[in-house]
Write a protein that binds this ligand. Structure first.
Ligand code: NAP
Length: 283
């Protein structure tokens, strides 16, 4: 069994990204909008800030109170859309229930949508066109490629159908000629699908959801989940038992997580490139 090391790959890719960023004749800018004071969100934003600083990006972190009006957020996004020093805009999820997440996401200029969640980028991804791609799925593809996992013709099961992880990774793999089955909370007998899968991607949010009996020998296992048991981080995969059968497996922490933060920084770089190519030069 080979453990797929997301930290190591992130560090390798960062060297290349740093060089590219240094060659630009501008400072890249990332803005994160956060509503409320969710503890997990604070941790994620800190990780993003650390890497943005390392790369020399301008980093704007705007926090609004829990009861912020939707219009206030929309106005702020509009301002960032027009701000030439900002290349990427991200709204930290989850948002409080009174806010329409989709409306807020879609207010972001699609060329600055570094989470890849606007209708335009999601649609482009489905059609296999160049797009800003959600960070976690993009990181998973990079990990699969780094470890030379065969994608074309493979049977893949994705458990979870969120717009952030499950659906985009299913599309990316389909575009690369895998046969993909998506399972979710209404799927009956999930093991009937997973037991035949060459690659299983688990993005459910339930600790140790994927068990040894659900996996065939030699399968590649990608664990997206971030859960806590007695304060200790663990994924959606029962790592100790599943790793006995897997050929490749991502650990939690140290697998998909570090890649996600890297891909955000990479998306900021790509966003600047795309805006320069398709927007600014056309004005
Ligand atoms: P989400 O939006 O809550 O989606 C969870 C998905 O799991 C849903 O599609 C849901 O099905 C499905 N599900 C729930 N219970 C299930 C069950 N018993 N059997 C089968 N499917 C079930 O979550 P998400 O945003 O995709 O995130 C999933 C996990 O990944 C979370 O732990 C999150 O913290 C983590 N995550 C990690 C990273 C990273 O960088 N490592 C990034 C993003 C997310 P329905 O659609 O039917 O409800």
């Amino acid at each position: 069994m080979v453990e797929m090391n997301g930290k190591q790959l992130r560090d390798e890719l960062l060297i290349d990204l740093k060089e590219k960023v240094e060659r630009l004749n501008k400072k890249l800018g990332l803005a994160i909008i956060q509503v409320g004071n969710d503890e997990a969100s604070n941790v994620y934003v800190k990780q993003k800030e650390k890497l943005a600083n390392e790369l020399g990006y301008k980093f704007v972190h705007k926090v609004f109170p829990d009861d912020v009006l939707e219009d206030t957020l929309l106005k702020y996004i509009k301002k960032l859309n027009k701000d030439d020093s900002i290349d990427g805009i991200l709204v930290q999820m989850p948002l409080p229930k009174h806010l329409d997440s989709s409306r807020i996401q879609n207010a972001i200029d699609s060329y600055k949508d570094v989470d890849g969640l606007t209708f335009i980028n999601a649609g482009r991804l489905v059609q296999g066109m160049p797009a800003l791609i959600p960070c976690t799925p993009k990181g998973i593809m990079n990990l699969l490629d780094k470890y030379k996992i065969k994608i074309e013709g493979s049977q893949v099961v994705v458990i979870g159908r969120s717009v952030l992880v499950g659906k985009p990774i299913a599309n990316l793999l389909t575009n690369r000629n895998a046969s993909v089955t998506i399972c979710h909370s209404k799927t009956r007998n999930i093991e009937l699908y997973t037991q035949n899968a060459d690659i299983i991607i688990v993005a459910v949010g339930k600790a140790k959801f994927l068990k040894k009996e659900m996996v065939k020998e030699g399968a590649v296992i990608i664990d997206v989940g971030i859960n806590r048991i007695n304060g200790k981080l663990c994924g959606d995969v029962d790592y100790n038992s599943v790793s006995e059968l897997a050929s490749f497996i991502t650990p939690v922490p140290g697998g998909v997580g570090p890649m996600t933060v890297y891909e955000l920084m990479h998306n900021v770089y790509i966003a600047n490139y795309l805006r320069l190519k398709y927007v600014k030069n056309k004005k």
